[in-house]
Structure formats: C-alpha cells, structure tokens
Design a protein around this ligand. Structure first.
Ligand code: ZN
Length: 187
C-alpha cells in the first residue's frame, strides 16, 4: 500500500518498518520535513512486521517525542487514538465506553484551548446518530471522517459493524482518507 511517504523526502513506508527502524526514524525525525506523526501512529496498528509487544514498545517510544501530537489525534483521528492507546488491552464494553467518554471530554478541552482556537482544525460536527447507545455519540468528527455517522451507519447496520466489519471498513476508509491525511496534522 502506498502511504505517500515514498514520494517525499522520507523514502520509507512506516508500515513496513521493523522496530529498530522505527526507533531510528523517530530519533531522526527532525531531518525529515514531511515526517507525519499521524501516519506513524496509524502504521503501528497496520504493521504486520511488529509483534504486539513491539507495537506497544514502538508506541511508547514514539510518545517520548510525539505525545502532544498524539493527544491531538483525539480531535483529528479519534479512532486511531483509541486503537493505539488500547494496544494489548482487552477492553470490556465498559472500558471502551469510558475511553470514548474521555476522548469526547478531551476534544472539548482541546477545542476550548485559546491557543488552539487559532489553528486550523477544519470543520467538525458531532456524531449524532439515531442509536441511543452508540459509543460515538457526542464525538466531534470531521464530515469526511469514517466516524461521521453517515459513513459509519448507512451501509451496514450497527451490530454488523460492531462485530466483524471493523477491519474491512477501516481498510476501505483508509483509501478514501489517504487524500486528506497529509493536511490533518500540522505540528
Ligand atoms: Zn452512531
């Protein structure tokens, strides 16, 4: 899969790196003007070369340099934020609910931060679907996001989504979203 990195000064695909290579590029990230932290975190989820302990170690190592950018993902790409945060953890339904509630709270904190207000975060609107128990209810999302309720609920009913379609859906949406990834992060 082409993640667009190879066209730019960073001639690698994050999702094909092994753990040592991640460490190298994280250590040297300042040399690459197109280093994309959102792409980095997303790739940890997708990378087939990393074992689960390596994924966790890579994430923790990335946090040393990019924790602040990572926290912004709650607004920019909340699904990736939750997926990366919960690596290796078997979330109960209650855990998952709590995690999304925290994301929704933190989104407001980020949006209310005066310093942040002047930065371009694009247009967000609330995920507001007809399902009373929807885990994304109240979540701020971009209209183009795979978490916008239209793209999430229209073509698959909720139970199907919650069971098996997750990864397929993610792959499909990933393709569509590649176009906008590059301007989603501006640190
Ligand atoms: Zn919903």
């Amino acid at each position: 899969m082409n993640l667009n990195f190879s066209d730019m000064t960073l001639k690698i695909k994050f999702n094909e790196l092994n753990h040592d290579e991640y460490i190298f590029y994280i250590d040297n990230h300042k040399k690459y003007k197109d280093f994309n932290t959102l792409g980095l975190y997303r790739s940890i989820i997708e990378n087939d070369k990393l074992s689960l302990p390596e994924k966790i170690a890579t994430r923790d190592y990335a946090h040393k340099s990019f924790k602040k950018s990572f926290d912004f993902l709650q607004l920019k790409d909340p699904k990736t934020f939750v997926d990366v945060s919960s690596l290796g953890i078997n979330l109960t339904k209650a855990d998952e609910r709590k995690m999304w509630d925290d994301v929704i709270k933190n989104q407001q904190i980020i949006l209310n931060d005066k310093r942040i207000k002047h930065r371009n975060f694009g247009t967000h609107s609330k995920h507001d679907c007809p399902y009373d128990d929807c885990i994304y209810k109240g979540l701020m999302v971009r209209p183009s996001s795979r978490l916008a309720w239209g793209s999430m609920h229209f073509d698959s009913d909720k139970s199907r989504y919650q069971q098996k379609a997750k990864s397929d859906r993610r792959k499909m949406d990933r393709k569509r979203e590649q176009v906008i990834i590059s301007d989603q992060i501006d640190n």
